[in-house]
Design a binder for this molecule. Structure first.
Ligand code: NDP
Length: 301
């Protein structure tokens, strides 16, 4: 068997094109604007930020990148996020991860107003997702994976999904999202025993563990859907996933490539989230973090 390719690049391009049309047709006097908070000089992060800015421009979303030196303190960074929360020209806010060691991402991310939380990483949005509430802003990578699966017409109800990884940005929200779509979900992590026994039971196997080419052919059930979230460098400094693509492609039913699979979907979903929260703020009549209920913003409540 040769696995069918799940082409995230093409699907993301289609989604962005449709989004651009919706944004173009919007009658609002302001455009949606995403603020990207970036700290330090991490070279991979700089590439990701550049890609997000470029993708935002393609669809008609404004993107303001705030670059801070890696010597910035926690309080100063928190204040900057508060200013963005109160700035009615800004609709979405993300903090590019990883942050330098001295800054705790859990503290900084929680400062983002949930209505401007384009990445869906605040406790409020993670909680809404865990409760299967439609109002949740869903983290971009899990949302992109769901979109890839649904676009391919892959049935989810009753399927056993095994996720390798339990991070707050991929593994956990993905587990909730797939559970909400009636999968039976197993979450594996670095302390999991007999990992391969679990992965071999998966109808849908998602690798999000940051271990280059860890998942091999004999980890995968014949015909399984294999989603590779990993973005690693191999021994030749070439970009590769957590799945050994060449090995696994002959046994899987579907497989995502790296690059060109989950990565472009993540960016497309970030833009979609920004558009959705922009619309919500427009509907409420304010983009201030008070959500239209306070006395702090430009709008007359
Ligand atoms: P983290 O490092 O935060 O989490 C990795 C998870 O994998 C942890 O839960 C860890 O377990 C688990 N893990 C690590 N090693 C093993 C192992 N040998 N066996 C089983 N489980 C293991 O990573 P992220 O979730 O942030 O990212 C995961 C990967 O996805 C990375 O390669 C990252 O670059 C990529 N990524 C790609 C995105 C995209 O758009 N394509 C977006 C975000 C991330 P434990 O909790 O026990 O430590």
């Amino acid at each position: 068997m040769t696995a069918k390719f799940l082409d995230g690049k093409t699907l993301a391009a289609k989604i962005k094109k449709e989004l651009a049309q919706k944004i173009d047709a919007d009658d609002g006097e302001d455009m949606p604007v995403l603020a990207v908070v970036s700290v330090g000089e991490d070279s991979a992060s700089q590439v990701y930020v550049r890609n997000k800015r470029k993708a935002a421009a393609e669809v008609g979303i404004g993107c303001e990148v705030l670059n801070f030196s890696d010597s910035i303190g926690e309080n100063a960074l928190r204040s900057s996020v508060h200013e963005l929360n109160d700035n009615h020209h800004i609709h979405g806010i993300i903090v590019q991860l990883p942050l330098p060691r001295h800054l705790n991402p859990d503290v900084i991310l929680q400062e983002i107003s949930p209505i401007k939380d384009a990445d869906g990483f605040t406790v409020k949005n993670a909680g809404l997702l865990a409760k299967n509430e439609a109002a949740a802003v869903v983290a971009a990578t899990p949302k992109g994976i769901l979109c890839l699966l649904e676009n391919e017409g892959i049935e989810l109800a009753g399927k056993h999904a095994v996720i390798i990884g339990r991070s707050n940005i991929v593994g956990r929200p993905l587990a909730m999202l797939l559970l909400n779509h009636h999968c039976t979900v197993t979450i594996a992590h670095s302390k999991t025993k007999n990992l391969q026994d679990l992965t071999r039971q998966a109808d849908i196997l998602i690798a999000a563990c940051g271990q280059a080419k860890m998942v091999k052919k004999d980890w995968v059930k014949s015909g399984a859907v294999v989603i590779d979230v990993g973005m690693n460098r191999d021994e030749n400094d070439k970009l590769c996933g957590d799945v050994d693509f060449d090995d696994v492609k002959d046994v899987a039913g579907y497989i995502t490539p790296v690059p060109g699979g989950v990565g472009p979907m993540t960016v497309a979903m970030l833009l979609e989230n920004t558009w959705e929260i922009y619309l919500q703020q427009k509907e409420k009549g304010t983009s201030c973090s008070c959500g239209g209920h306070g006395h702090c913003c430009w709008h007359h409540h």
